[in-house]
Design a protein around this ligand. Structure first.
Ligand SMILES: [Fe+2]
Length: 386
């Protein structure tokens, strides 16, 4: 098997395994109101490859124009504009699977004629969906999916989450055209000076956030309460809320918490500074759920888990780096989201593939989207930089 055939096979295995967790009836469910029904994604993963590799690049004639179009793009509606289609509007699973098998055969037969950049785009696109599909499946009822029961760790809860000092210095963002593959928004590489600041040593935990909820904040999407006790809705079952796991919240919830504590969220530049020297912890499909926030080894400045165990929200509005150019073959990948309504996330989650652990990778979502495996930490000023 050629190296690219192996990469496609590995990425397809990841997404095929995800779909195999589902009760087939759940394929027509819409577990998140702002996204398509699951059946869309079964077709989308293949239609994307077809439209990019075979239609756009190799100009091959379409064998199913209706599906190429139906499954071309996902959605990210403004608040209050969720889709209203019915399950019966979608094709049969059998038809979608037949389309997919045929696309895969065409792709595999043409790999040698395709440029590396587009092959990277196709493989990484599929792996991104391996994560975003997990978010969707997370919100299905437990009876609609099968998987390993969550295991909460029984260990002493960490005592405190001190603020640590990050000295003033430079951060390198983005990548250069001479580097290996990156998405359009990762270019160009540039260096910024970051003044000294302070940041939480650990991600904010469920235990810390519980105090905030007891003070009146709404509980996160991943929590549920029964008889006065809090539980975590883990991927395959509920467990008593693990107080030393990172809390996963929306950007709006993260900001409100930070402000209530007199702090802020880090900027994208500050995140880069604090993350220097970090190694991955709980990423690349290691597990389905988080681990305690003090697992792993800290980065050069003493912060834990800047890469893994949950994305982290930043205060930076998603926008282009100096020198940004759209990909001609996918002009809307980033530019459609430079609208002031999306914020940058950095790091990685347990369901983030290894290829996205490069420091230049940027993720972005709307501030009120609560379904991500994303938490945060807070920053504050130093005495020298009040
Ligand atoms: Fe997609």
């Amino acid at each position: 098997m050629s190296p690219w055939a192996a990469q496609f096979a590995a990425a397809r295995t990841q997404t095929d395994k995800l779909f195999s967790l589902l009760d087939p009836a759940a394929l027509y469910d819409r577990p998140v109101a702002e996204r398509h029904r699951i059946i869309f994604y079964l077709g989308h993963l293949e239609a994307f490859d077809w439209n990019l590799l075979l239609r756009y690049k190799l100009d091959q004639p379409s064998f199913h124009p209706t599906f190429d179009k139906l499954f071309a793009f996902g959605i990210d509606p403004e608040p209050g504009r969720a889709p209203a289609d019915r399950a019966s509007d979608w094709p049969l699973e059998r038809e979608v699977r037949e389309y997919g098998s045929r696309v895969r055969r065409h792709v595999d037969e043409n790999l040698a004629d395709l440029p590396e950049q587009l092959l990277h785009v196709a493989v990484e696109h599929r792996l991104m969906h391996a994560e975003t599909l997990a978010y969707l499946f997370h919100n299905l009822p437990y009876g609609a999916k099968r998987g390993p029961s969550p295991a909460a760790t029984s260990r002493p809860v960490i005592t405190g989450n001190p603020m640590i000092d990050i000295p003033a210095g430079t951060a390198v963002l983005g990548r250069s055209k001479d580097d290996a593959f990156g998405w359009d928004n990762e270019f160009d590489r540039h260096t910024v000076e970051v003044p000294a600041f302070r940041i939480s040593k650990f991600k904010i935990t469920n235990g810390e956030y519980l105090k905030h909820v007891r003070e009146g904040a709404a509980p996160p999407n991943f929590w549920t309460e029964r008889n006065g006790r809090w539980f975590l809705r883990a991927m395959f079952g509920e467990i008593p809320l693990p107080l030393d796991w990172p809390v996963y919240v929306s950007h709006a919830e993260a900001i409100a918490y930070a402000e209530a504590r007199g702090g802020s969220l880090p900027t994208e530049e500050q995140f880069h500074r604090a993350a220097q020297g970090s190694t991955a912890a709980n990423a690349d499909f290691d597990g389905w759920d988080p681990v305690p926030v003090d697992t792993g080894i800290p980065g050069s400045h003493g912060a834990f888990q800047m890469l893994g165990n949950g994305w982290e929200w930043t205060s930076t509005v998603f926008g282009p780096f100096p020198g940004f150019e759209k990909f001609p073959f996918y002009p809307g990948y980033s530019a459609d989201f430079f609208d002031g309504n999306h914020f940058v996330l950095k790091g990685a989650s347990p369901r983030t593939a290894a290829c996205f652990l490069r420091p230049s990778f940027r993720n972005w979502f709307r501030p009120d989207y609560p379904y991500l495996y994303a938490g945060f930490r807070i920053t504050s000023h130093t005495a020298e930089n009040p």
